[in-house]
Design a binder for this molecule. Structure first.
Ligand SMILES: Cc1ncc(COP(=O)(O)O)c(C=O)c1O
Length: 383
């Protein structure tokens, strides 16, 4: 007997990260595709995981997260963004930012609701919206600045708009929202029931003396926002898949209703280790911008002699490069060619757009050892 599977996500295939990652492995290319560091997390943090596993802290954590970790997060939020938040009622630890995003969308979006997303958009947003029966309304961020066109946002808002998803610093473009953007957003959503989902996983990776503008710094916006962060990006441990969501108590209560049935909890010894490390090394995240800015600058300096065109990323650990002087092939074909023939894996940007602009960009990740970046740039400069 054969069964008919009527896919709920018919348009979804294998993610580009998997496709390019496999191609990179097959051709032994330097992988500047997927966003993950090729260097170690701080030893002291690794040791704490080992410690807690050996101490027998291997059973379920509390549903909202280990209390000590939620308290450390609340303290960090207050210190970074000046907002006191309740560790009990407003902080939820999740298995990665991805799960926090999924839970926030699932908790709030109903069939027929519209959710505004900005393209190029991180790939996990739309499937979550669709699984909830909602519709993603795509608004483009256009090169070279990739800034939000607020007039288009205003025009796109309808009585069905349930949520707007923001991502700053932005993957893949590195663009960052400014205080003026947040002020305009506040005007647009005032007197509506529109919720905000703010993906701020690259909060500490903002360069050239600029500081991250969190929705948590803005009273009106924070009152209607889920703000999502990732330990993976901040502590160089993307594989630990541990993140958290800050939201007002009423929104947190709804998010937790989903979280408790999606995964129930995040991993216990990892949470305990992160709590220890946040306490013993509070300065870690304060050095991140300088650490990654140096890597960005190294990569850009090394690429100066290439035929790629770029302006240094304002944030994140991604650098977009315009390859129009080198080739007029589509960016997916270009990324595959770079991986297969030139030995450096990159991610095409068009896959994050509903309607890609004409410009030709690929994305490189510079969260890599200096030698990796130098070797990759050498290969790319030969093209
Ligand atoms: C913009 C953005 N949001 C969310 C995530 C997911 O974070 P996590 O690995 O903590 O689930 C990523 C990871 O690449 C990302 O780039």
């Amino acid at each position: 007997m054969s069964i008919t599977i009527n896919s709920k996500l018919p348009a979804v295939g294998t993610t580009i990260f998997t496709v390019i990652g496999e191609l990179a492995n097959r051709h032994q290319a330097i992988n500047l595709g997927q966003g993950f560091p090729d260097f170690s997390a701080p030893q002291a943090l690794l040791e704490r995981v080992d410690h807690h596993i050996r101490q027998g802290h291997n059973q379920y954590a509390p549903m909202a997260g280990v209390a000590r970790l939620r308290e450390a997060i609340a303290a960090k939020i207050e210190q970074s963004y000046g907002r006191p938040v309740s560790a009990d009622r407003e902080v939820t630890v999740t298995p990665g930012a991805t799960v926090a995003l999924y839970c926030a969308i699932t908790a709030c979006v109903r069939p027929g609701d519209e959710v505004i997303v900005f393209d190029p958009a991180y790939d996990s947003y739309e499937p979550a919206i669709e699984l909830s029966g909602g519709r993603a309304v795509h608004l483009p961020l256009l090169p070279p600045a990739f800034a939000v066109d607020w007039q288009r946002v205003k025009d796109a808002i309808t009585p069905r708009t349930r949520m707007i998803i923001l991502n700053s610093p932005h993957n893949p473009t590195g663009a960052t929202l400014l205080a003026e953007d947040l002020a305009t957003l506040a005007e647009l959503v005032r007197d509506t029931d529109i919720l905000l989902l703010s993906d701020e996983v690259y909060e500490h990776l903002v360069y050239d003396g600029v500081t991250h503008q969190s929705l948590l710094q803005h009273d009106e916006l924070a009152a209607r926002a889920f703000v999502v962060f990732s330990f993976g990006k901040t502590y160089h441990v993307t594989g630990w898949k541990t993140g958290y969501c800050i939201a007002p108590a009423a929104l947190t209560a709804e998010l937790r209703k989903v979280h408790q049935y999606v995964t129930f909890v995040a991993v216990t010894p990892i949470q305990l280790a992160l709590a220890d490390f946040m306490q013993s090394c509070p300065q870690h995240h304060q050095q991140l911008a300088a650490f990654y800015q140096r890597k960005r600058d190294l990569f850009c300096e090394q690429m100066a002699g290439s035929r790629f065109h770029f302006s240094p990323a304002k944030g994140t650990f991604f650098q977009l490069m315009d390859y129009s002087e080198i080739s007029d092939q589509e960016d997916l074909a270009m990324a595959e060619w770079l991986t297969r023939e030139q030995g450096v894996a990159a991610i095409p940007v068009s896959v994050f757009y509903e309607e890609p602009p004409a410009a030709r960009y690929v994305r490189f990740c510079f969260a890599k050892e200096d030698e990796t970046l130098i070797r990759a740039a050498e290969l790319l400069c030969r093209i």
